[in-house]
Ligand binder design. Structure first.
Ligand code: HEC
Length: 117
């Protein structure tokens, strides 16, 4: 009788534990899609200023707006994936590439469908 009780206890403990598995919960919550407003705007303002930000005195193609960034995203990704010193590399004249995680935000935004907000 006591054994049965212990078995039942283990059984219910396992049930509770499997239902509380945090990885299950994470899988159920979809990762929000990236948007220009939430993920790109500040990043571009930080990394592509002043040249592409007219408000900061930039006179290159403005990337302070959704439309231009959306239209040019392939060219933007191509250029930030070049290496410093290669023709066309951006950010212009910098000696280091953007970090992989930053480059991935541009790519993920494209994959997610180039949403504005
Ligand atoms: C120090 C100034 C400077 C910074 C910072 C800079 N750029 Fe540029 N960018 C330029 C110049 C100068 C050109 C024009 C020459 C050329 O095409 O290589 C240019 C051109 C470009 C073009 C081609 C635009 C066109 O008219 O087709 C793209 C795309 C671009 N930059 C992306 C970026 C991105 C993305 C960043 C930030 C990660 C960035 N740039 C940062 C100076 C800059």
């Amino acid at each position: 009788m006591k054994q049965l009780f212990v078995l039942a206890l283990i059984g219910s403990a396992m049930l509770v534990l499997t239902n509380c598995d945090p990885s299950k919960k994470a899988a159920a919550t979809p990762v929000p899609k990236m948007t220009y407003a939430a993920n790109l705007q500040t990043l571009i303002a930080d990394n592509c200023s002043p040249c592409h930000i007219p408000a900061n005195g930039g006179n290159k193609k403005p990337y302070d707006n959704f439309d231009n960034v959306k239209t040019d995203i392939d060219e933007i990704i191509r250029r930030i994936e070049l290496n410093p010193g290669e023709k066309g590399f951006m950010p212009f004249k910098k000696t280091a590439k953007l970090s992989d995680s930053t480059i991935n935000i541009f790519k993920q935004w494209r994959t997610d469908g180039l949403l504005e907000k």
